[in-house]
Design a binder for this molecule. Sequence first.
Ligand code: ADP
Length: 851
Amino acid sequence: MAAGSAIQIPTRLPLLLTHESVLLPGSTMRTSVDSPRNMQLVRSRLLKGTSLRSTIIGVIPNTSDPTSDCDDLPNLHRIGTAALAVQVVGSNWPKPHYTLLVTGLCRFQILQLLKEKPYPVAEVQQLDRLEQFTNGHKSEEELGELSEQFYKYAVQLVEMLDMSVPAVAKLRRLLDNLPREALPDILTSIIRTTNQEKLQILDAVRLEERFKMTIPLLVRQIEGLKLLQKTRKSKQDDDKRVVAIRPNRRISHGSITEDEEEEEDHDDVVMLEKKIRTSSMSEQALKVCLKEIKRLKKMPQSMPEYALTRNYLELMVELPWNKSTKDRLEIRAARIVLDNDHYAMEKLKKRVLEYLAVRQLKNNLKGPILCFVGPPGVGKTSVGRSIAKTLGREFHRIALGGVCDQSDIRGHRRTYVGSMPGRIINGLKTVGVNNPVFLLDEVDKLAKSLQGDPAAALLEVLDPEQNHSFTDHYLNVAFDLSQVLFIATANTTATIPPALLDRMEVIQVPGYTQEEKIEIAHRHLIPKQLEQHGLTPQQIQIPQVTTLGIITRYTREAGVRALDRKLGAICRAVAVKVAEGQHKEAKPDRAEVGEGEDCKEHITEDAKPESISDTADLALPPEMPILIDLHALKDILGPPMYDMEVSERLSQPGVAIGLAWTPLGGEIMFVEASRMDGEGQLTLTGQLGDVMKESAHLAISWLRSNAKRFQLTNASGSFDLLDNTDIHLHFPAGAVTKDGPSAGVTIVTCLASLFSGRLVCSDVAMTGEITLRGLVLPVGGIKDKVLAAHRAGLKRIIIPQRNEKDLEEIAAHVRQDLTFVLAGCLDEVLNAAFDGGFAVKARLEHLNSKL
Ligand code: ADP
C-alpha cells in the first residue's frame, strides 16, 4: 500500500472546544454547542460550507469555552481529534444551541493558533495515518506482540457479552476486520472509562504506548463482567440467596440500579418459565411458549419486542387450557330457575328447556346455536344469564354491535404494535374457565369493512366441526372452543349474514302485552329496583294502576327497559324522601318493621293524593309507606309523554292508521295525505324505501281505476283523480327510514278518505300488502303489530285474510279487547275502515252533494 495514498486532513482547522467529553478517532460523539465561539463555528463554517473539507473540524478536549464573547481564549489542550461533522441540529429551547454529531478521524497537534475570533483556527499537524482506517491490515510483525495481546483481551471481552444481540455480533466481526491500530481508540470509547483515562489515551500518540495503556482498562472491564456473571449464576441457582447477594453487588460494581432491575426481570422470566412448564396448555402451545421464552431470555429488556413477547407468554399461562366448571344440569331445577327469573315467555322457555334436555341426555354440545330474536328489553340477555345459572357455568357477554374488523373476533397478528387477542380469547381469559356461556349480543349489527368480515370469523367460532381448533391470530396456536356454549341475540334476522343465520336456531321473542308488563314489573322489576336503592316494601308502595299509568303514558316500547328505568327514577325520588325523613326524625316514631303491614293498609284505604315533591311538610317525616299514585307519578316523572288520544289526529279526511314492524317491536303509524292544484304529481315524504314508494303508486293506480265505482273525484269533480291535482303523502316520524309493502292498504284507505272527504274510523288500524287488482296479501310481524295497536288503545284491526293463523299466537285477553277484520280484497278493507262501509253509501252521499 503506497504511502502516497494516505488521506490528509487540511493543515488549517477550525477548532471546537469541548469540556465534558473526549472524542477518540474511530468513534462518534454527540455534543451540545452553546458557547459563542462554538456557535459561530457551527453557523459560519458548518452551516455555510458546501464542500466536504468544510465539514472537517478539530475537536479540542478538556478546554471549556468561555461563555462571554470577549473573554480571552483559554489555554488549549495540545492534542485534539480531527472530526467529520455528520449532523447539526439546532434548537431554541431552553436556550439557543446546536447539537453536533461528530465522528473522529485522527489525532492532530496544534502548531500555531492562526486566529481567535469569531472562532479559533489553527495550523495543525496530522499525527495518525488515516489510510489505516480505509485500507485494511498492516503487516503483522510491525504490530508486535503487544497488539496481539490486546487483540486477545478484546476478543475475550466481546465474547463475554451476549452474542445474540446484533450490535455485539457486529463488534465481534469488526475486531477481525479493522486494522489493529484502530482498536485501542475504538475499544476505549466503548468500555467504561473516565474522561481522564480517555484523555490519556488521546495523548498517547505512540501506538505502543497506546496499546500499553488500554490493556489494563480492558482487563478491568473483563474482571468486572466476570464478577457480574458469577453473582448472576449463583442467583439463578438459588432463589433464596437473592437478598444476600444484593449488598455484595452493591460494593462490587458501580452501576447497581440498572443491573438490579435487569436481574429482577430475569427472576420474573424464570418464574414465567416455571409457570409455563407447570400449566396445562396443549403440547403445541407449550412448544411455542418454550421457544418464545428462550428468545426472551436473550433479548435485552429495552427492545420493544421484549414486552410484546412477555405479554404474550403471560396470556398463554393465564388462559384456561384445561380448567372448567362442572356442569350441574337438572331439567327440573332449570325449569324452576327459568320460571323464577322470568315471567311469561312460555315459548322461549319451552325451547330452552328442550335444548338443555338434549344436552343432558347427549352430553355434548354439538348442535345449532340458539339465537334469540326480538325487540330490545324483552329479556334476551337475561335468559342467557339464567341458562348459565342453571348449568352452573360462568357467563360472559360479547357485544358485537358495530364490530367491523375481523381481528376483533380473531385477534391481531403479533407483528403489529399494540396487537392483542380477539374478544373470544379475551373473554376466556376473563372468565378463567374453558366452558362458559358466551352471549354474542347483537349479531345483527355486525358490519363489514376493509378490515375483513367479522361474520366470517364468527362462522369458525360457531361451527362445532371447526371450533375445537380455533386459532386466534395473536395466539397463533389452536384453542379448543368446543366446550363453550354460545347463545346469540339479535333484534332482527334480516341483517344477520345468511351463512351465520344458517348455523343458528332462531327463537322469536315477541314484545309483551300491557298485562304481562304489569306482572313483570311487580314480580321482577320493582323488587329488583327496591333492592338496588336500599328501599323496602315498607317504605314504598306502587299499586298496579300506577304501573299501568307508567306503561301507557310514559313508555311506548315492546320490552320493559324504559319501564324499568322509570321505576328506577321513582325509587330514587322516594329514596331522597326516606333519607331526608330519617334525618329529620326527631323521635323514633318510625313504623317498626312489624307494624309495616298495618301502616300499608291504612294508607291504601284512604289513599289521599299526596305529593312526593311536597317539601312544605318536610319537618315531619313522610308517612310510610310512601304511596305512588298517579298524582305522585306526575310529580316525579313530569307530564305524560304519550297521550292515548288517537282520535284527535283523525279529525280530518286524508289520515289513516297503519301498523308497522320495526326491529324495536310493532308500532302504529299515521299516514297523511293532502291534495292541491298541480300537474298530477305524487310527492312522498318521510324517508321511504323503494318498496314503500311502489306501494304508494300502486294505491293511486288502483284508486284511479276504481274512481268511478266509488264515486271518487278530484277538486274539480273529475273522476281522473290526478287531473290538475298534485297529491302529497307523508309518513310522520320523518327521521326514521321506513320500507316494506305492508303499508299498502293504509295508503289506499288514506287516499280514499282524501278523495271521498270522509273520515276514517278513529279506532281502526290496518296492515296488508296490495296488488294492482285490489287483492290484499299477507304480511309479517302480525303479533308485534297487534300488540302495538293494543298498546295504543285501538279497537279494530284490519289484517289480510291469509294472516288469520297468526292470531293464534296472540294472548286471549288481548284478542278479547280487539275486533279483527280479515280482508281478502281492498273493498273489504275500505268497508271496514269507514263507518257504515264505503262503497254504496259513499256513492249516495256524493251524488247528493252534487245535486
Ligand atoms: P334484551 O337483551 O332483550 O335487550 P334484557 O335481557 O337486557 O333485554 O332485559 C332488560 C331487563 O328486563 C332485564 O332487567 C330483565 O331482567 C327484564 N326482563 C325482561 N323480560 C323479563 C321477563 N319476562 N321477566 C322478568 N324480567 C324481565
